[in-house]
Structure formats: C-alpha cells, structure tokens
Design a protein around this ligand. Structure first.
Ligand SMILES: NC(=O)c1ccc[n+]([C@@H]2O[C@H](COP(=O)([O-])OP(=O)(O)OC[C@H]3O[C@@H](n4cnc5c(N)ncnc54)[C@H](OP(=O)(O)O)[C@@H]3O)[C@@H](O)[C@H]2O)c1
Length: 236
C-alpha cells in the first residue's frame, strides 16, 4: 500500500485529490486549517485516512510531518497543495506578505524537508501545486504570480539536484489554470471542477511527470505566455 501526505487538503483541489488517492488504495495523512472539516474527516470510518490541523506557517511543521510519517509507517509521496492568493484585489504589502509566508516560506520549508527525507530513504515523490500564473507577472496579484514563479524555479532546482545525485526522487510541478475552488471567486474561462482537476493530477502523479498542466488545454496558454512579446502582454 502506497503512503502519502497531502498538505492543504481540507478544502479545494487538495480535498478532491485526497478522495482520488484514497480510492486508488493509498494510506493517507492529510492536513488543513479548517478544524471543523478536519474533525468531520477524522470521524469517517476510513482507517487509511488521518487528518491533522497544520498551519504551515507555524513553527512545528517538521514535527507534524514526522508524526504523520510514523502513523503511515513510511512515505512514498508528499503533495503540497496549500496556497493563498488575492487574485482580484490590489491589497498591498501586508496582505501580500501573509500569502508569501505560506506560498514561499512554508513551501520552501516543506519542500526541503520532503527532499531530505526522500534522500535519506533513497526514493520518493514530491509534488507541488504551482500555477500557470507562475509563468508571467500580472497586475492583479503581483505577489501571487511571483510566489508561483519561485515555486516553479525551486522545483526545477530540486529536480536538478535529484538527477545529479542519481537518487530516484521524482519532483512534479502541477500547473493548474482555473479550478472552481474558494481561491477563485469568478467564473473564468476554461474553469474546471476540482474533481476533474484531481483526476488529471492523479494521472500526472502516476506517470511521474516533471510538469503537468491542469486541465491539459492550459499548455496552450503556457506556450503563448512564454512567447508573447512584452509590448503586447503589457497592453492586455
Ligand atoms: N483554484 C485555482 O484556480 C488554482 C489555480 C492555480 C493554482 N492553484 C493552486 O492550487 C493550490 C490549492 O488551491 P485551491 O484552489 O484548492 O484553493 P483552496 O480551496 O483555497 O485551498 C487552499 C488550501 O490551502 C490551505 N491553506 C491555506 N492557508 C494555510 C496555512 N496557513 N497552512 C496550511 N494550509 C493552508 C487550505 O487549507 P484548508 O483546506 O484547511 O482551508 C486549503 O486546503 C494552491 O496552491 C493554489 O495556489 C489553484
């Protein structure tokens, strides 16, 4: 039985992915910050599922992850799905920096912790949900786009490290477009349900891909964002 930890899974994409992993035979430790939802999940009769409260920006991240690994009896996969975005408000430094604490600082701590654990065991798979937003800066949420660009680059660095040390650690960068969760409060074009996103993410994980766009058609937007001249992009 494969063992996984899913960080940021009491709601949104993480919650939907937890259901898919469980239905595919994983033993799963999930974390979130919504205490009521976590309690409800713990009262379900699934003995292969445990949920714990975990604010990733707190100091105890290492201890909480270690406890979950003990309960699981090992770890094959860690998925970092926690994230905050202020997608349509110009809220300034204080709020943007709160998001950075999760999207940059906590992400780095957990990615590094996971990599070191997998390195010590000689194998493993770290997955982070980044975003197509990480491919380009944008006026609506400069810090969110910048944080996602940081995550994308950090994952590339970890992958480079794994390959160069000849350790079979897979690093997967999942880049969603628009998924219908609490993070997105408008009907955007090509918006997908979290269930559809979760199934596509699971397939990407299973294939151990380096990068996956969710939904798949977002690869087209990614290509456009990579080649669009600045003078056109700046007018959009
Ligand atoms: N939705 C989209 O269109 C979209 C597009 C591109 C990328 N993404 C990325 O996908 C990931 C998941 O987002 P989502 O759409 O599923 O949004 P969501 O429903 O708001 O989920 C965000 C998750 O982050 C967790 N979280 C927030 N603050 C936290 C903290 N301090 N410590 C630990 N966990 C915390 C939340 O925990 P609780 O569940 O306990 O609240 C929740 O599970 C994020 O990284 C987001 O940037 C989303």
């Amino acid at each position: 039985m494969k063992k996984a930890i899913l960080i940021g899974a009491s709601t949104g994409i993480g919650r939907a992915l937890a259901k898919v992993l469980l239905s595919n035979g994983y033993k799963l430790g999930i974390t979130g910050v919504e205490k009521e939802i976590l309690n409800e999940i713990n009262h379900s009769s699934d003995k292969n599922l445990k949920s714990v409260f975990f604010d990733c920006t707190s100091e105890q991240s290492s201890m909480i992850i270690d406890d979950l690994i003990d309960w699981l009896g090992g770890l094959d996969l860690l998925v970092f799905s926690a994230g905050i975005g202020q997608l349509d408000k110009n809220q300034g430094y204080t709020i943007e920096n709160e998001a950075n604490e999760l999207n940059v600082m906590a992400f780095t701590k957990i990615a590094d912790k996971s990599f070191r654990y997998f390195e010590s065991k000689g194998h493993g798979h770290f997955v982070a949900i980044t975003s197509v937003a990480g491919l380009k800066g944008h006026r609506l949420a400069p810090a969110y786009h910048a944080a996602k660009a940081y995550q994308i680059s950090y994952l590339e660095g970890l992958r480079h490290k794994a390959i160069n040390s000849n350790i079979p650690i897979t690093i997967t960068d999942i880049r969603p477009g628009f998924i219908d969760t609490g993070l997105v409060n408008h009907r955007h074009f090509w918006i997908a349900t979290k269930e559809k996103a979760a199934h596509q993410i699971y397939r990407i994980i299973k294939k151990k891909k380096n990068i996956g766009y969710v939904t798949k058609r977002w690869v087209l937007i990614a290509l456009i964002l990579k080649i669009i001249p600045h003078w056109i992009y700046n007018r959009l």
